[in-house]
Design a protein around this ligand. Structure first.
Ligand SMILES: C[S@@+](CC[C@H](N)C(=O)[O-])C[C@H]1O[C@@H](n2cnc3c(N)ncnc32)[C@H](O)[C@@H]1O
Length: 305
């Protein structure tokens, strides 16, 4: 097994073309501008949730003190995602909710999860009260719809192994949303691949509640996608040999699943420390390309497998 050329990890698609994976360091709203229209078939992503984590880096999304700024920043990123998505492409957007701070202006450092400690908490948005659920996912979904996206469905990601929250005046929340958004009225959706086996053994149409356990990731200091969740999105949205985008790549779970599915992928991540984690996860078995700054320099890092 020798080194393959610098733009590929050497695995072949069904159509004989080589599979490629790339990770780009930078701010996704900027990096995406360098891609031509209609580059990607599918985008699967999980942006930073609002007010939950401080990634400690300039241009990070999620640490805005104003909720509207956070929503607007994401709308701008996803506007570029829409432009670079093929006309029949799909966006699978996982986003979690949070509560108003109830007047607290800081959050205790979580010893097990250092990134969880913020040195501030965002002020309560206008019109909300202490202890209100903010409804971030739907606010974002409506903002994206107003910006031109087709909002096709919300999927409830139920976490059967979710840890109980330390609250006694409401049920512990065990779910998040994944929104299916599209660029056009008609788009590619693999209905057959999404069909499920019902209790009576018969096949039925895929449903909008997905029961998927969270998966631990010791290296990452933030919530990572379960591979099974990404797999379902790609089952529905990917065509053989297509290119998949994750503009908030984190530890690279989307890349990992693309490696398994033999799909091309592009990941964008602001924090180089997390890119190292992604590289570790991806490069053990396969080769990937790292692009340090906006396509300037392409370095084949691993091609032996
Ligand atoms: C919730 S994590 C994504 C986790 C990922 N789905 C995984 O499985 O590892 C969100 C990521 O977005 C990154 N991020 C924040 N602002 C960004 C920006 N402006 N451009 C690119 N990445 C950004 C953070 O550094 C973080 O790694």
């Amino acid at each position: 097994m020798g080194k393959k050329n610098g733009t590929s990890n050497g695995m072949e698609h069904e159509n004989g073309k080589l599979q490629t994976g790339e990770i780009i360091v930078g701010d996704s709203s900027e990096v995406l501008k360098s891609f031509p229209d209609e580059t990607f078939q599918v985008c699967v992503t999980s942006p930073p949730y609002w007010g939950l984590r401080d990634y400690g880096i300039e241009r990070q999304i999620g640490a805005e003190s104003n909720l509207d700024d956070y929503i607007n920043n994401l709308v701008m990123v996803f506007r570029e995602v829409r432009r670079t998505l093929r006309d029949d492409g799909t966006l699978w957007l996982n986003i979690g909710d949070s509560y108003t701070s109830g007047g607290r202006t800081w959050r205790q450092i979580d010893k097990k999860n250092k990134a969880r400690g913020m040195d501030y908490r965002a002020p309560t948005p206008d019109g909300l009260k202490p202890k209100d659920l903010i409804g971030v996912p739907w606010r974002l979904a409506f903002a994206l719809q107003a910006d031109g996206w087709y909002l096709r469905t919300e999927i409830v990601w139920n976490k059967p192994n979710g840890l109980p929250e330390s609250v006694k005046d409401r049920p512990s929340r065990m779910h998040e949303y994944v929104f299916l958004l599209t660029k056009s009225e008609r788009y590619f959706y693999n209905y057959e691949a999404m069909r499920e086996v019902a209790a009576n053994g018969k096949k039925r149409a895929g449903r909008s509640v997905w029961n998927i356990n969270t998966e631990p990731n010791k290296e990452a200091h933030f919530a990572t996608f379960p591979t099974a969740l990404v797999g379902k999105c790609l089952d529905a949205g990917a065509k053989p040999g297509c290119r998949v985008l994750d503009p908030f790549f984190g530890s690279g779970t989307v890349g990992l699943v693309c490696e398994i599915f033999r799909l091309n992928y592009t990941g964008i991540e602001l924090k180089s420390e997390y890119i190292e984690i992604a590289m570790n996860r991806l490069s053990h078995a396969r080769g990937i390309i790292k692009i340090p700054t906006k396509h300037e320099q392409r370095t084949a890092l691993f091609a032996d497998f």
